[in-house]
Design a protein around this ligand. Structure first.
Ligand code: ZN
Length: 125
């Protein structure tokens, strides 16, 4: 039989183990979730590519541009343009508007686990 003093000690040890496990779980958690952090980055990038694609399409319509015509960034982005504020790729990619008929691209492209590429279904050019 354990004395009441021994029971108390055992309880303290259990509580300590519980907190150590809890701390370990919190320490481990960001490492487990790290690969998923790339996913939102590509989502943000694709959302911006969608916006660029739509703005470029509108620019082509408004200015009677044909397939192969290349817009300038100042035609698309800026005050009183299709998109007011330019955005950067969260992964550091560089954007290319590309000529009408081709979707805008991010330099990260398919070099990431989650590609920074507009799907052909989204692009309606
Ligand atoms: Zn990107």
């Amino acid at each position: 039989m354990l004395t009441s003093e021994e029971k108390k000690e055992l309880w303290i040890v259990r509580v300590l183990i519980f907190f150590v496990v809890l701390l370990f779980a919190f320490w481990l958690f960001p490492k487990v979730s790290r690969p998923n952090k790339r996913f939102p980055a590509s989502n943000t990038c694709i959302a911006w590519l969608k916006q660029l694609s739509g703005a470029k399409e509108q620019w082509a319509l408004d200015n009677r541009k044909a397939k192969g015509d290349l817009p300038d960034w100042t035609d698309i982005v800026g005050e009183r343009r299709y998109i007011k504020i330019s955005r950067a790729c969260p992964a550091g990619g560089i954007y290319s508007l590309n000529p009408v008929g081709q979707p805008p691209t991010c330099s990260v492209g398919t070099n990431d686990s989650a590609p920074h590429v507009l799907s052909p279904l989204i692009t309606r050019e």
